[in-house]
Design a protein around this ligand. Structure first.
Ligand code: MN
Ligand code: MN
Length: 462
């Protein structure tokens, strides 16, 4: 192995008490993952926890003063939360932003069909998945259907013991000769990701689809056309849990980016800064480019900050831009840790390792940093010094080797508004797969990092 900077695993630096604390924190995180497998579910759990900790809707306030805790629910899919500080908001806020959507498989609006004596769901995948990973595993259905009487039916099937599960079938090896010859990215076609949902024919019409429709009508009082206005997401049915004989890791679906969302939520709740305003962003649609009214490109975040300016009596033409230009942000998103089975995609001098702490990425992008927000030296120094002062274990890395790929986060969208931004999150192995792997040490380190960032009242020294 290449000689890298002398670093030690975070686990060697802590005592039994700290380890216990980390394991307890991770168990609560695992419970969160199992409750929040979709962006709507994450939105709901986050708001529940915010309310239980003294946050209330910004619309409940005519005026905002130091210490007030507020949130804004954007269409049940993304959340902004804040603690108002005593200093003028236009002097800048401490902002941390994570996303709560994850790669998955969505149902098409014309969802149900019958073929070769089986009933299936048509799907359109969401985000960057390796399609072959989603076949022959147990899948659960999560979603929302609005009944004709305006009732919202929010449901999941496949999560409780005793629930049926669903699956996407694959070719038996005996007949897979043609599939084996294909490139791995083409071996499973997007149109082959159909979900198997039934096989009993209706007693009178002999149609399997009719029988499924009858079940849906009887059990849920929904019709075929109700799927037009439904949002139904297919996610792995298995639960997140401890990984390894030493139980040092977490395996589970949707850790990109709910691991950062959870640690951010905890950091905001535990933050006691009364001087600088602290803002947490829980964004939707990051995995498909941050577009749409719940994605980070939308003006809804501007609206939220504008409302804060108005309600703290600081609003005037230019106040919003001034606020942004004086603000600092951590883009709380996952990075990639070195995978022992696929080491050659990482340049090991600039890679993250499981258990070596929260990671900082100066830039993302691909092929010559294209599309990257490249954090400034002065700002990275600020963050680094903050972590070192607070004894937070961190590592500095890139996603992978130069010119073999790349990625992005919401960092550049906020940096475009004028604030200092750096990516800072938990390293992951098997990212975007149905079963992502993280280290409990890194999860806790990211919580500590976010808490320290929220709590700081220092300025970046340009
Ligand atoms: Mn992400
Ligand atoms: Mn992602």
């Amino acid at each position: 192995m290449k000689k890298i900077m002398d670093k030690e695993s975070g686990w060697t630096k802590i005592d039994e008490n700290k380890k216990e604390l980390i394991f307890k924190f991770s168990q609560e995180y695992i419970d969160f993952l199992n409750l929040a497998k979709t962006e709507r579910e994450a939105n709901k759990v986050i708001i529940e926890q915010l309310e239980a900790n003294g946050f209330s809707q910004i619309t409940n306030f005519k005026e905002l003063k130091s210490g007030d805790k507020i949130y804004y629910n954007n269409r049940n899919k993304s959340v902004f939360a804040a603690i108002i500080g005593s200093s003028n908001l236009t002097e800048g806020a401490n902002i941390i932003g994570a996303h709560i959507d994850s790669p998955r498989i969505d149902l098409k609006p014309n969802a149900i069909y019958e073929d070769v004596k089986l009933a299936l769901f048509e799907t359109h995948y969401y985000g960057g998945i390796k399609k072959y990973q989603w076949t022959t595993i147990p899948l659960a259905i999560h979603g929302i259907i609005i009944r004709k009487n305006h009732e919202k039916l929010e449901f999941n099937i496949g999560e409780d013991s005793g629930d049926p599960v669903f699956t996407i079938t694959d070719i038996l090896p005996h007949l897979a000769q043609k599939q084996y010859e294909k490139k791995i990215g083409e071996a499973v076609d997007g149109e082959s990701l159909n979900i198997l949902i039934g096989s009993i024919p209706d007693a009178t019409t002999k149609s399997i689809k009719d029988n499924i429709l009858a079940i849906l009508n009887e059990k849920y009082q929904i019709n075929e056309s109700d799927f037009y206005s439904a949002e139904i997401e297919i996610v792995p049915a298995f639960k997140a849990c401890d990984l390894g004989l030493d139980r040092s890791m977490v395996a589970g679906y949707g850790q990109d980016d709910r691991v950062c969302a959870y640690t951010l939520l905890k950091a905001l709740i535990d933050s006691n800064n009364i001087e600088t305003t602290q803002i947490a962003i829980f964004a939707d649609k990051e995995e498909i480019g941050s577009y749409g009214n719940t994605g980070m490109y939308s003006s809804v975040f501007d609206y939220f900050v504008n409302e804060m300016l108005t309600k703290t009596n600081n609003n005037y033409a230019g106040a919003l831009t001034k606020t942004y230009c004086n603000s600092k942000m951590l883009s709380a998103d996952v990075g990639s840790a070195v995978d022992p089975n696929y080491q050659d995609v990482s340049e090991k001098t600039n890679s993250s390792y499981l258990g070596y702490g929260v990671e900082l990425n100066k830039y993302t992008g691909s092929h010559g940093k294209s599309g990257a927000s490249d954090a400034n030296s002065e700002y990275i120094f600020y963050v680094r010094e903050l972590f070192e002062k607070n004894d937070i274990t961190y590592q500095v890395s890139e996603l992978g080797k130069v010119d073999i790929g790349g990625g992005g986060t919401i960092a550049y969208i906020l940096a475009n508004k004028g604030m200092d931004v750096i990516d800072c999150g938990v390293p992951v192995i098997s990212m975007h797969s149905p079963y992502e792997v993280t280290s409990k040490f890194d999860i806790y380190a990211s919580y500590e990092a976010y808490l320290a960032f929220f709590t700081s009242n220092e300025k970046v020294n340009y």
